[in-house]
Design a protein around this ligand. Structure first.
Ligand code: FES
Length: 132
């Protein structure tokens, strides 16, 4: 597993599209609001989505087993601490402990150019929407 942090002007190079086949993921580090944040990109049915690697239940990384984000059937992104499930396309929590359902992972906007994935840092601080 590689954690990447490379900058190209105001966007960050995550990696190459062909490094993330369907059902796979890649982690990267990007500064957000002055702090380095671990993020991840997933390939769900051929479409790439990226989020900050921080659960909405408790602000912990989702991948207790490094770089494993999908449920066994590949339908959801799952936090391995208490099994909250998120919709890969939107980051919405649809199943989880406590009152975490309905909250969203923090999306990272992506651009793809010439087979390279670029990430744009979201503006402002990360949301304070955790249960505990
Ligand atoms: S920390 Fe993610 S489900 Fe509890």
């Amino acid at each position: 597993m590689k954690i990447r942090r490379r900058r190209d002007a105001t966007r960050y190079i995550v990696g190459r599209v062909n490094e993330i086949p369907a059902g796979k993921s890649l982690k990267f580090i990007m500064p957000i609001d002055g702090s380095d944040e671990e993020c991840f990109v997933i390939n769900h049915h051929g479409r790439l989505h990226a989020y900050v690697n921080r659960c909405c239940h408790i602000p912990l990384a989702l991948d207790w087993v490094d770089n494993q984000f999908f449920t066994a059937d590949g339908r959801f992104v799952m936090c391995q601490t208490h099994n909250a499930c998120y919709v890969p396309e939107s980051g919405e929590c649809v199943e989880g402990p406590g009152t975490s359902c309905g909250k969203f992972l923090t999306r990272i906007p992506l651009e793809i150019a010439n087979g390279i994935i670029y990430a744009q840092p979201p503006e402002g601080p990360l949301p304070e929407h955790y249960d505990e």
